[in-house]
Design a binder for this molecule. Structure first.
Ligand SMILES: [Zn+2]
Length: 159
């Protein structure tokens, strides 16, 4: 795959992936590429490099081909990262503080949270603080059984 920066005749710039440069050239010749902004089929590759040389002579530097994009985080992680980006700094810091406190004092049970919470509630497990992940359905079931727990957005550390 190769990522090209394109520009339509109205000056909109956008990026598009192509299988290879030949695919791009073929699609461009047949006017199969539409501008992402206005749909204009008259697109050309935008120059990504500054002009080099004298007398206004343009030197086009081949942009490096970009291979597969890095592995993307899970939908949940993306949601939390987006949430963290848009929340006020104070709130984010407060949540991170709570997160650190929970991690220090409670036992991480991962996705067995609902199972462990039930065991503790019904006296089958040691009474202790636990934390982990659970689905909305499981959380609703726990609440119905009268099991006490809290939920908080588990936002990622750092930026
Ligand atoms: Zn356009």
């Amino acid at each position: 795959m190769i990522l090209y920066r394109l520009r339509c005749s109205k000056g909109h710039e956008f990026e598009s992936w192509f299988k290879d440069s030949k695919t791009y050239e073929r699609q461009e010749k047949k006017s199969l590429i539409g501008c992402a902004v206005c749909g204009d089929a008259k697109v050309a590759r935008a120059l990504m490099s500054p002009r080099i040389g004298k007398g206004g002579e343009k030197v086009e530097v081949e942009t490096p081909a970009v291979t597969a994009p890095p592995p993307s985080p899970t939908a949940e992680q993306q949601k939390m990262a987006a949430l963290a980006r848009h929340m006020p700094k104070e709130l984010r810091q407060a949540l991170l503080k709570v997160r650190a406190e929970v991690e220090k004092t409670c036992e991480h049970v991962g996705d067995k949270f609902a199972e462990e919470a039930r065991k503790i509630h019904y006296g089958e497990g040691d009474k202790r603080g636990i934390y982990g992940e659970t689905t909305d359905e499981e959380a609703a079931a726990l609440a119905e059984e009268g099991i006490e727990f809290g939920r908080l957005p588990w936002i990622p550390r750092g930026n």
